[in-house]
Structure formats: C-alpha cells, structure tokens
Design a binder for this molecule. Structure first.
Ligand code: ADP
Ligand code: MG
Length: 683
C-alpha cells in the first residue's frame, strides 16, 4: 500500500464529463465522427484562412486537439498540394512520425507509404505519390543537404515545437531563412502550450492561432514519503487503482525500454498470481523501438469490463495521445542526454522531470473525463526539487553532428547563426575542435573532403569517421556491420528472467578476443550465414527484431558508402585492423586501467568502469576504446574494445602526444638509479 495525499488539482475548462460511450457505440463511431469531435475541427475554415493570409503562423493548442493528424489533411483538402508540392510535418520522435502517418493514412483511406508516408533515419516509407509526409526533425535537417530550398514542399509544419529538441531548434533557424526567399512556402510552427509568444517573436512577430483547449479537471496526489524503488511503487499503485477505482485506463511514465520491460514483467507476474480475483488488466508498453504492430495495439479500444495500462516513455507526454486515459502515474523521471562541455563527455542519465513536464503528464488524465494523477514523489519535492522547465537540448548536447551538417550546408559562421536560444559558446567551440581533430574541418574551420564525405552519413561524426577510416584499413565490410549493430539502440541479446543462465551461456558463445565490437560483428556474421534465420535467433537468445533492424541499417549504410565511392572490402581475420579503424573514429573515447579495476579516461581523468555485460568485464585490458558511457549506479563504458596505446599515435597523431600515453606501470623508475627519466634520455 502506498499512501497518497491530494494536494492540488489542474483546473479544467470543462466540468461535466463527456458521456462515456458504450463499446457498441464507440465501434459505430466512424472516422469522420471522430475527426469532427476533435477541438481543432471547429476552427478548420478559420485556420485554413489564416494560413492563406500569413506566410508564417504559430499554432498553439493543447495536446490531443488534433493538430498533428488533422491540419495536414485540412491543407490537402484546401488545395495546398494541387501544385504537386508536398505538405511536410516534423516530429521529434520516430514513433510519433510512424504512428501519426499510419493514422492519417487510415483516415484518408490510403495505403501508408503512398499519399501519406513517413521518413525517419534509416527508414523511408514514402513514394513519388506522397503528398503528406511526416518525418523526424533530424530527417528534415538532413533533407536540407539535398534540397536546400525545400523546393518540393508547399507547407512545412514544425510540430511539437515546445519539445525543443536539438534538431527542431536548428530547423527554426533554417526554415526562417528559407521563408525569406521562398514566399510561396507556408510555415507553421505548432506547439502544445507555453512558448507561443517566444516562437512568434523569433519569427518576426508571426501571428498566433490559438485552439482553445478542452480539459477536465485532474486531481493531483502525492506520496506521503519518498519512494525508494519507483518501479515497485508503480506496480503497487497500478494494482491499487485497479482494485479501488472505477474503470478507466492508466498511463504510467517510465524512463526507457528496459524499465518498461521490468515493470511489465513484475506486473504480469503479480496479476497472474491474483488470478480471477481482479478484473482483466491489459498491459501495453510503448517506447521508441517498439515495432509498429505493437504500437498499434495501444490505440485499440479497451474491451468492456477490462482496464488498459500503458507503460510509456515520455513519448506519451505530448507526442502521442491515447484516448480514454483517466489515471496517470508519474514517478517523475525521464532519461536525458547530458553533455559536459568541459570534458566533452556525453552520457544518458535518468533525471527528475521539470514542473512543466509533470503538469503535461498530469494533463493526459483529463481528456475525456475528470481524471487523477498519482505522483510518486512528495509535494515538497515537486515544489523544491523540480526545475520549472526542461532545458532545451541545444544547451545540453554534443553539437558535433549538427555543426557538421550546418557546415555542409555552407553555414560557416555558426556563432552568428539565428538560434532561438544559442548553445553555450564552449559547446560550439568544442564541437568545432572535435570535428577538426577528426579531420572533418581544416584549421580555417572549413569542411575538408573527409568532412564532406562524413556529412553524407546520418551518423554521429565519430561513427562517420570510423566508417570512412575502414577504407584505409581495408575492413569496410566488417566495420559497416559493426556500425549497423551499434546503431540499433535496442538490445541484441535476449535475457529473460527465467532463463538467465542459458541466455548468458549463449551470449558467451559469441565472445571473441578483442572486445564487444567484434562480438557484435560475430553475431551478425553467424546470423547472416544462416540466411537471416528467425529460428537461429531464437535458439541463440538473440533479439530477432533488433537484428532485422541492423540488417536494414546496414543496407542503407552500404548504399551510402557506394555513393561516396567506397569499396566494400572484407578482412575478417585482421582483428587489429578492425580495432584500429574503430579507434580512428572513437579516439575521444579512450580509457586506461587504473587501480582496483577502475578506468580513467585519458584526457580528463574521469573514473569509469567496464559494463558488466561486456565481454571484457573479467579481462580488464590496459587500454580500451568504448562506444558510449551510460550512467546508472556508476559511469559505465558500454561496447568496449581492447586497443594498444601506440595505435592512438597512428590514428590521431594531432590529438595525442606520446607523453600522455606513457604507461605508468611500465615506466616506473628503478629507485637505485635515482635519476629522472629526462636524465636517462627517455621521453
Ligand atoms: P495533437 O497533435 O493536437 O496532440 P493529434 O492529432 O496527435 O493531436 O491527435 C488527435 C487524435 O488522433 C487523438 O484523439 C488521438 O488519440 C488520435 N490518434 C492519433 N494517432 C492515432 C493512431 N495511431 N491510432 C488511433 N488514433 C490516433
Ligand atoms: Mg501532435
């Protein structure tokens, strides 16, 4: 039992609940009727007129009012695509782009990928016929490289602008510039709440079109005391609601796939044990790597006499609207990219959400009737520990990738780029320095030939560099596999709780000396030797979906490699060549063994450890290159390979000096000599 205290309510604009429909009635509700019930519908003509009258329009409306799904359709109906140009709409998240496109295709009775499509990194589901195109903001950013004036678009909607993702922030500057010389391009900036004035000011006082919200009051409850284990607290709260509260679906906010899966397992287990003592509880996860058939499930109506509980990442905060949510459970955390501009280190960490986020989350409970939000933290914590707003990504992320694309777009003066909120100066400088060290920029800050080729790949500059370096070491076939496997940000190895031992044995069978990158390559190679068998994955505790995705990514990368005229050469037996290539891209990510099994990063002397899942966890090589850092209980290096320090002088001579790479354990002076190294002529 968790004790909750009610402390305040979010005011609603409506008091009386809309009549709850019976299942039969709901089924009869046609798509058309659903469309007409959305708040934006009443403003259809007015909105279309405003768009005709103004080149740039800021649209503000509560989440779920129909902005994303309806406005492109209104514009299509109003003839905005008659000249053969498309309507584009950006989304900060992949799942949202896919799911919304699927929904709109359904509403328009067309096949997804034909008139309505989506484009996300490594996946283009559009065709010549596509007139409404949803895409991630990152994808549009990259589209500028091939179409700098967005010539094939008549309207561009920068949607979910309030999320302030890095790419969305950059897009603001880019589209604002384009609108100046393409007077026929309509620009819509659409946002859930808040920042409308700020956007308006940025876009030369563009008018704001407000879609009046519609929300029922939401009662907010806090826990009496802080909860130590919030996953467990979630499970308890879900069951508590299920047992004591009237029917109505529950939305739970967790931080990521792993957490969602853990919560799902525990919950399923408890539900199973309760058996028929409770009503049916449907447990549905949603996170960014969830396959699309599973995504569709969260939108299916809940059967009568049952309750749906959706376990979501903050994707459900504003990007996706799930109807009929009455209860929200909010532990108050999210996963955030963090970047230390002093050390240049990036990591993904779980942090408390902002007050604005917490209130968005709570608001999700009040769409169809008065709702309740259970916060798994105290009222005191809300008041004193949460920031008011989330810091925009541009102020807390590595800008390497963005700077590379902007340079490739010919934007050289980044300091004076038109930013809505500028990034910290040192972050910008660091990105320039990193690109210089990678060889992508020359000392005038201009793009080099290598940099131009790197910009062709939708990859982080380090990975792009690694891929291109594989040419020199003649192992591009292996490296592209490794790059694809690293890009799949879902788990490769399957580790069910009841088969941990078998799963771990299976995983260890893939181990190769040298490190995790080679293990990843090995898994892919063996899988491809079975002609991509599903059965093989099953038998070896490998996640088939992740592998399929790796194969798609790999295919795309191979295509791009051919475009920049790289040869695909295989050299599977030369582990050194492969690891040198990895180091050529990731020489920023080097750590050396220090005392007690800890590692220290070379440039900044930060303490890090090898992740327990690594094949090197028990070996502890002297020098390692790592793919990424994750912070859980400690700072862990994930995907680690053993290297030799002298390789660094070969792959990054301008970045490492021999002195930094001296091995303290080997260079200890014998005391008897009593001379310094310098006296001995050593360097
Ligand atoms: P907004 O962009 O203003 O937040 P949306 O256009 O995303 O609003 O949502 C409008 C309606 O469309 C919501 O009621 C939502 O439930 C529904 N909807 C969106 N995507 C889907 C989907 N994939 N399946 C079913 N309904 C959906
Ligand atoms: Mg939306």
């Amino acid at each position: 039992q968790i004790e909750f205290i009610q402390a305040m309510s979010l005011a609603g604009t409506k008091e009386k609940p809309e009549p709850q429909l019976t299942e039969k009635e709901r089924k009869r509700l046609t798509i058309e009727e659903t469309q007409k019930s959305l708040p934006v519908y009443k403003f259809k003509n007015e909105l279309v007129q405003a768009i005709k009258d103004h080149q740039v329009l800021i649209i503000e409306g509560e989440t779920g009012s129909g902005k994303t799904t309806q406005i492109p359709q209104y514009l299509y109906q109003a003839g905005f695509t008659d000249d053969g140009k498309k309507i584009g709409c950006t989304q900060p998240r992949r799942v949202a782009a896919m799911s919304v496109a699927a929904r709109v295709a359904e509403e328009m009775s067309v096949k997804l990928g034909n008139e309505v499509g989506y484009s996300i990194r490594f996946e283009d589901c559009t065709s010549e016929r596509t007139i409404i195109k949803y895409m991630t903001d990152g994808t549009l950013h990259r589209e500028f490289l091939s179409e700098p004036d967005l010539q094939t678009y008549s309207v561009m909607i920068i949607d979910e602008a309030h999320e302030r993702t890095l790419h969305t922030d950059i897009l603001f500057g880019l589209v604002k510039d384009i609108a100046r010389f393409r007077s026929d391009l309509k620009l819509l900036i659409s946002s859930a709440t808040l920042d409308a004035e700020k956007f308006s000011a940025f876009f030369d006082d563009a008018p704001i079109f407000r879609i009046p919200g519609r929300r029922f009051p939401v009662d907010i409850y806090y826990t009496k005391a802080p909860e130590a284990d919030y996953i467990d607290a979630c499970v308890v709260s879900i069951l508590q609601i299920h047992a004591t509260q009237p029917l109505g679906d529950i939305l739970v906010f967790l931080t990521g796939q792993e957490e969602i899966e853990t919560c799902q397992e525990i919950l399923q287990d408890r539900v199973r044990r309760l058996g028929s003592r409770i009503k049916e509880l449907l447990i549905l996860p949603v996170y960014s790597n969830l396959p699309s058939d599973m995504q569709a499930k969260i939108f299916q109506p809940t059967p009568p006499n049952a309750r749906k509980v959706v376990l979501a990442t903050n994707i459900a905060e504003t990007s996706l609207t799930i109807d009929n949510i009455i209860y929200v459970i909010d532990p108050g955390f999210c996963k955030q990219n963090n970047f230390n501009s002093r050390t240049g280190m990036e990591s993904l960490i779980v942090v408390p959400v902002s007050k604005a986020s917490a209130n968005q989350r709570a608001g999700r409970a009040g769409r169809v009737a008065a709702g309740k939000c259970f916060r798994l933290f105290t009222a005191w914590a809300y008041k004193h520990e949460l920031e008011d707003n989330t810091v925009p990504e541009i102020q807390r992320m590595n800008l390497g990738n963005v700077v590379l694309t902007l340079k490739a777009l010919g934007i050289n003066d980044l300091i004076n780029f038109d930013f809505l909120d500028p990034p910290p100066h040192e972050t910008l400088v660091l990105a320039l320095e990193q690109l210089y060290a990678l060889g992508a920029l020359n000392h005038h800050g201009e793009l080099t030939k290598l940099g131009r080729r790197m910009a062709e790949f939708p990859l982080d500059p380090m990975m792009g560099k690694m891929l291109l370096a594989s040419e020199k070491y003649k192992c591009s076939e292996e490296i592209v596999t490794i790059a694809a496997m690293l890009s799949v940000n879902g788990a490769i190895f399957y580790r069910p709780k009841d088969k941990v031992v078998h799963a771990d044995t299976a995983r260890k069978n893939f181990f190769l000396p040298g490190g995790d990158h080679l293990v990843l390559w090995n898994v892919y190679k063996q899988w491809s030797d079975t002609d991509f068998s599903t059965q093989w994955c099953y038998e070896n505790y490998i996640q088939y979906r992740s592998m399929k995705r790796a194969r798609d990514v790999r295919e795309q990368l191979v295509g791009l490699m051919q475009r920049v005229e790289m040869d695909i050469i295989s050299n599977p037996t030369d582990s050194i060549a492969i690891r040198k290539t990895i180091t050529a891209g990731y020489f920023y990510h080097i750590a050396r063994l220090s005392k007690g099994g800890h590692y220290k990063t070379v440039k900044h002397n930060q303490t890090v450890m090898i992740h327990p899942n690594s094949c090197l966890f028990e070996d502890l090589p002297r020098w390692v290159v790592y793919h990424e850092l994750v912070f859980t209980t400690k700072e862990f290096m994930r995907q680690v390979a053993e290297i030799e320090s002298k390789w660094l002088l070969e792959v990054a001579p301008h970045y490492y000096k021999p002195r930094e790479l001296e091995d303290s354990t080997n260079t200890k002076m014998p005391k008897v000599l009593g001379k310094t190294r310098a006296q001995l002529g050593e360097h």
